[in-house]
Design a protein around this ligand. Structure first.
Ligand code: COI
Length: 356
């Protein structure tokens, strides 16, 4: 999607010569739409100078995580135009996420109109051409109406916030990062919602990311929850690798799985590799054992762009022996103690395998 021909210059309130990182800076405005059964989606309002929302304390987003989001980017191009990268694909994906959480989704025309209006109102927050920055666009939908029982909200809010960003990982695309496969958390269940951008898929990753970070890793990589043998995706992004095939051609290999996100960046890289570089593309199961055969591995995503992965470490947890913590908590012999009547795993060990 291309916006106006002559765009406003970047604002001087931000020093574009310095790294701007990936932090929220409260630009001029966001756009907000409300849906109710009676009204459908309203016409949307550009909200300037106020970066908060007010909602009922029984809103389903707050209790049941009825919320999803998207991520895309607008770029200031050499010809002075501002272009948004493949927004129709994000519009489609937000519809899938909304469906997974029984939410009303903004129809495509509403989504695209919202994008145009909010980016145009914040054109001076699109980083300068050549600065290595872009405008991150974060659409999100959430249940904003009250509902105490386990069913969808009577009102939904759709907001798009925009924000100038630099690289998600400090070194950007030029600095390989280290990834850790830890086994304390499964990101997504086989028939769960890991293929959507529901908020609940992301908060559980905060803890494992901070543990990984304390050990010197930048990102967690997850295996499939059922067998722990196949690569799924990174906490922030998709996994892709390349290697040489038997015919001498390079192959772009990326996982096929029902529990990973359908990344727009990953899809675009695969399409470019196939159509412009003449590479083969394979979207299939990738076993952990195959990872060592890749010439390169990258994390692909809107925020992380294409981040090279320099090393992947895998923790191998050997199951410990199960022991009964207490054997005499039967209700007949005294007060039942729920906490004592438990099994505890002892003797678990953690090994590390490294793939460079
Ligand atoms: C994006 O790339 O837009 C994402 O949603 C990833 C998020 C963890 C920042």
């Amino acid at each position: 999607m291309t916006l106006e021909t002559v765009s406003r210059e970047p604002t001087s309130t931000i020093d574009w010569s310095q790294p701007i990182g990936f932090k929220y800076r409260h630009p001029r405005s966001h756009i907000k739409y409300i849906w109710t059964k009676e009204t459908g989606w309203d016409k949307g309002e550009l909200v300037r100078g106020n970066h908060t929302v007010t909602m009922d304390i029984a809103a389903t987003a707050l209790h049941y995580g009825q919320t999803c989001f998207e991520g895309m980017k607008a770029f200031r191009m050499k010809d002075g135009k501002i272009r948004i990268f493949r927004p129709e694909l994000n519009a489609q994906r937000i519809q899938e996420s909304c469906k997974a959480a029984s939410m009303e989704a903004p129809p495509l025309p509403v989504f695209l109109d919202a994008l145009r209006r909010v980016v145009e109102d914040n054109l001076d927050f699109v980083p300068p051409q050549g600065s290595n920055g872009s405008m991150y666009i974060r659409p999100f939908v959430f249940g904003s109406g009250p509902q105490l029982g386990l069913s969808p909200a009577p009102e939904f809010t759709f907001i798009i916030l925009v924000n100038p960003v630099g690289p998600y990982y400090a070194g950007g695309m030029g600095s390989p990062v280290k990834a850790l496969i830890a086994h304390s958390l499964d990101r997504a269940a086989p028939h769960g919602t890991g293929n959507t951008k529901l908020g609940g898929n992301y908060a559980p990753v905060f803890a494992s990311t901070s543990v990984a970070s304390a050990k010197g890793f930048t990102v967690n990589l997850f295996l499939d929850a059922a067998t722990n043998t196949h690569i799924e995706e990174f906490a922030t992004s998709n996994f892709a690798g390349c290697k040489r095939g038997a015919d001498g051609k390079t192959i772009y290999v990326t996982p096929r799985s029902g529990s990973i996100l359908k990344g727009v960046t990953n899809r675009s890289c695969a399409e470019l590799a196939s159509r412009h570089l003449g590479w083969n593309v394979e979207r299939r199961e990738i076993s952990w054992d195959e990872v060592k055969d890749f010439d390169e591995v990258v994390a692909t995503g809107t925020a992380v762009v294409m981040t090279p992965i320099g090393e992947i470490h895998r923790e191998i947890k050997r199951p410990g022996k199960k022991v009964k913590v207490s054997a005499d908590t039967g209700a007949t012999t005294g007060a039942y103690d729920w906490d004592k009547d438990a099994e505890e795993e002892v003797g678990a060990e953690v090994d590390v395998q490294i793939v460079k």
